[in-house]
Design a protein around this ligand. Sequence first.
Ligand code: NAD
Ligand code: GLY
Length: 362
Amino acid sequence: MTTQLTVALGERAYPIHLGVGNVGLLGEALRVAGARGTVGLVTDTNVAALYGETVEKLVTDAGYRCVTHTMPAGEEYKRLGEIEAICGTFLEAGLDRSSMMVALGGGVVGDVAGFAASAYMRGIPFIQVPTTIVAQVDSSVGGKTGVNHPLGKNTIGAFYQPSAVIIDMELLHTLPTRELRAGMAEVIKHGVIADADLFDYTEKNAEAILNKELAALERPIRRSCEIKSAVVAEDETEQGLRAILNYGHTFGHAIEAVTHYEVYLHGEAVSLGMCAAGALAQQLGMVDSDFVARQEACCVAYGLPVRWPELPVDEAVTAMRKDKKARTGSMKFILPEGMGKVVQRTDVTEEQARAAFEAIRH
Ligand code: NAD
Ligand code: GLY
């Protein structure tokens, strides 16, 4: 069975198809999206080995020529050079303005392929087929695409919406456990920012979710997509509301930066970041210690880190200041007021942010 959600963006609205074994919808989705010529499939080495042939066959069975570009797996390949490589493969194969791209993979493939689609021949449509939890609950929806620069993560990119998102939960069977756990940090985030019931459910069903019971995974994935779609429909280019999706990311990005992206997966850094944000909110009198303990216990239930004893506080504060100022021009924090509700605060001092980092060191 497939559930269909919609990202309501007027004439750029698109469907999210969520189900089990529903990757077979790809041929029809290509047709509905108006594909006429060749389809450029972008994937990475790990995903290609698992699902590349199946997806290529779905494309060719639907009557399209399929040209595949397989990029090396890993965050370090989320870089401008890969955009050039993808365009090179597709130019050589003769893809033109009537062509369409398909991103088959995790958030790295989705972000890179989406950005390549935004630029190839000044923009051709693309479809997201996400294969990690991070990608299924977050990155495939909402149109943020791009690559990293040595001077900053996600600093080169475009808002470019896909024509459709096909989420097949069956593809998660092969996902390594650490990646599954890290992805659940984004689900916990969605619960804290917008849906106390989702948090409650996520908290109570950790065992079934970590066992990849698809019946248990459906609700967190669906609710995450609903929450993200609603936010994006209201504020596509992050003029205001969309910033709530960055809960835990202000501290998390600083942690990723000081570890040079080599110690923690993105979701693990977000877990630490949410704990720091909780500590900051408690310091400001916005939530009590029960809230902080509950959020932390949920992260622990998913095997996510909640303390980093070696955290270099000075370095992290500097990285956060640089990142925040570069991205938003000032120090803005998304902080909880209770389960399911966050607000933006612009009055946080550097000393208070420092104390929050200290809180997750002990
Ligand atoms: P990833 O894309 O690197 O995938 C993680 C690993 O899992 C990779 O080694 C990949 O090859 C492998 N993999 C993927 N699917 C698999 C499967 N089904 N079975 C086995 N292995 C599989 O990482 P990710 O966590 O999916 O994405 C992280 C990226 O997403 C970061 O670059 C982050 O910035 C970005 N992101 C973007 C947004 C957005 O809104 N655009 C939101 C959140 C995260
Ligand atoms: N992942 C944050 C956003 O899409 O805005």
